[in-house]
Design a binder for this molecule. Sequence first.
Ligand SMILES: NC(=O)c1ccc[n+]([C@@H]2O[C@H](COP(=O)([O-])OP(=O)(O)OC[C@H]3O[C@@H](n4cnc5c(N)ncnc54)[C@H](O)[C@@H]3O)[C@@H](O)[C@H]2O)c1
Length: 332
Amino acid sequence: MGAFGRNHARVYQQLQQAGSVRLVGVVDPDTARADAIAREFGCKSFGSVEQMLTTHSEVQAASVAVPTVLHREVARALMEAGVDVLIEKPVAATLGEADELLRVALEHKRVAQVGHLERFNPAVRATLPLINRPMFFEVHRLSVFSPRALDVDVVLDLMIHDLDVVLTFVKSEVKEIRAVGLPILSGKVDIANVRIEFESGCVANFTASRVSTERVRKLRFFQAGQYISVDYARQDVLVCSVGSAVGAAHSFATDANEWGTRPSVNPQIQMAKPPITAEEPLLAEIKAFLRSVRDRSRPAVSLEDGRKALELGLAILAEIGRHAGRIAVGKG
Ligand SMILES: NC(=O)c1ccc[n+]([C@@H]2O[C@H](COP(=O)([O-])OP(=O)(O)OC[C@H]3O[C@@H](n4cnc5c(N)ncnc54)[C@H](O)[C@@H]3O)[C@@H](O)[C@H]2O)c1
């Protein structure tokens, strides 16, 4: 029931009012905090998962919003007790822990979804059908400093959202990673810039910061004849398409020499905003989780998806470490 767990409780209570679920209780070893939130949302409070399960064996589903380093321990205990889980992102702190969660979910036949929230952002959902063959991404996720989620670096805390979205859009293996990152306020990497090249040739630049003076959450990309700009925060998508007459001239040529050899004409740029129905991403995420719990279907964001994003995040952190090492060597 930390900063984000409270949001989960709020959404479950909202769904309870709609009659689709019963919010049994909230858990936190900080019992004063658990009590306060239980009062706020009209449910019971518990000091541990074990305490909750002893008194309420009917619990079928739970959100796990503990610090990342505790995801494995808490999600494992729930799944072993027969409870389906929505595990906050990143799925775990290490690949070994993620693999353990995959094994436990399989063994106990549990639905386990990972909280990659932006997948449920209406702007991202409206962009998915527009994806053709993206070749270049520019992604920014900047937030102001707050002393939370400091158990992990900014790559696993914030950039992981964009890594998951770009992996979903690109569907190609990672070929090369270049990365730089610096600790500024927390002792872990607080700001990072990453360039990823995919086997498809697509290049994605990511910048994530938790020590910014402004809040920005934007993803922009180019594909044949199109520039698409996604503003996660405003739930807004802008599509700029080159008109059909000039579209051919701007489409991707298989022979690189063809670039620039075609006549340039006045580009006919059409701007469009796909219709988007605003919805709180967390509400959409929890509704999708509960649908999977009811019909025993594969969750929209699987443990495998969570592991893939984590694997990329950890590879980026290793590259940041190598870059830091090179700088130190240079200084010496
Ligand atoms: N999807 C998103 O956009 C998003 C946003 C913020 C945080 N998160 C994720 O949510 C998780 C929690 O983040 P936060 O910012 O709320 O952290 P937080 O530190 O504010 O809260 C964590 C809470 O977990 C409690 N806790 C510790 N051990 C526990 C246990 N064994 N059982 C039950 N509760 C326990 C702590 O007392 C604390 O209240 C992290 O994994 C984070 O990455 C996701």
